[in-house]
Design a protein around this ligand. Structure first.
Ligand SMILES: [Mg+2]
Length: 320
């Protein structure tokens, strides 16, 4: 960066400090402005680490969505990843490549959005890196969290016979911009970790068919048999269906960025949570894990058919 740009960056850091908390948040020994932040993670569990990068034209459109919404989403998708491990999000650092012509206003808008989401989950912003260039906006958030006392829920623990659940209705997140307003299921994941000890869990960022597919592959090449009528369909998927002719069920199966949790639970525990559902969390039972690979849907009339993962592929072409 040039000297002039450096000045801009220092002013920005100064501004971020001014709008930040007067007292250092819980666990922050040294915050924004030094070479590193110093944080105190819980000594009881392990540290969770996740990072997610969002790019203009791929995950958002800056000109339409605005910088604040982008910041809100960028923080939310990372918090959702910590939720998917049944963890507690704690500290975030943010790296941004700002479009040079609108660098300062974009940085300030982004920061507002990042902060608004971080505050909802008591996440402290402890540092970052700002750059300006002639390219589009890129923002990358790295988040540290604590594992919960109930243990982490990796993708790899599903077994044949386990019951598959999701925590809310799916599909159509692009239709009204709901993908910009993730509701990370942190509290719900902790409730479920305590009540149901999920054998595997993932947050639905790429779509049910893809993300359940990740659980099946990571769990050693398993399959799933789902009841078509049990897939909870979001009203946005119904409305989008009227606009694009793709069925609401297909939207629910394949659209991404619902940020609900998909989890598998050992049969006895599943029966227990269904008999007395834990308060504060929606649970929809979709079906069961099977030994035979692939995802199969079953209609009420007994007809079955296979579905292919058709969710968001990060290395494929195309835009959101
Ligand atoms: Mg995830």
């Amino acid at each position: 960066m040039s000297g002039e740009r450096r000045g801009g960056e220092f002013e920005l850091i100064d501004w971020i400090r001014r709008v930040g908390p007067a007292e250092p948040p819980d666990g922050v020994i040294l915050g924004i402005g030094d070479d590193c932040a110093i944080v105190d993670l819980s000594s009881e569990g392990f540290a969770l680490v996740t990072t997610d990068m969002l790019m203009d034209g791929r995950h958002f459109r800056l000109a339409d969505d605005g910088a604040e919404a982008v910041g809100y989403k960028a923080m939310g998708v990372n918090i959702s990843d910590v939720a998917a491990m049944a963890g507690v999000p704690r500290f975030a650092v943010v790296a941004v490549a700002l479009p040079r012509a609108i660098a300062v206003e974009t940085a300030q808008g982004l920061h507002k959005g990042l902060k608004r989401m971080a505050d909802r989950f008591e996440v402290a912003l402890v540092g970052g890196d700002t750059n300006a260039w002639d390219g589009p906006l890129v923002v990358s958030v790295t988040l540290l969290g604590d594992t919960s006392p109930f243990g982490a829920a990796p993708r790899s623990g599903a077994k044949p016979g386990d019951v598959v659940f999701v925590t809310g209705p799916l599909g159509g997140s692009l239709f009204r911009g709901r993908h910009l307003r993730p509701e990370p299921r942190v509290k719900e994941a902790l409730i479920l970790a305590e009540a149901a000890s999920p054998s595997a869990m993932i947050d639905l960022s790429d779509g049910l068919s893809s993300d359940l597919g990740h659980i099946l592959v990571e769990s050693g090449g398993l399959g799933a048999e789902l009841d078509a009528d049990a897939i909870p369909i979001h009203p946005d998927a119904v409305d989008q269906s009227q606009a694009d002719g793709i069925s609401p069920l297909d939207h629910a199966l394949h659209d991404g960025e619902d940020f609900e949790l998909c989890l598998t639970v050992e049969p006895e525990l599943a029966a227990k949570v269904m008999a007395s559902p834990p308060a504060g969390v929606q649970l929809h039972r979709l079906g069961v894990i099977a030994a035979e690979p692939g995802i199969r849907l079953r209609a009420a009339d007994g007809r079955t058919w296979a579905i292919e993962p058709k969710g968001f592929d990060h290395l494929a072409g195309g835009n959101p």
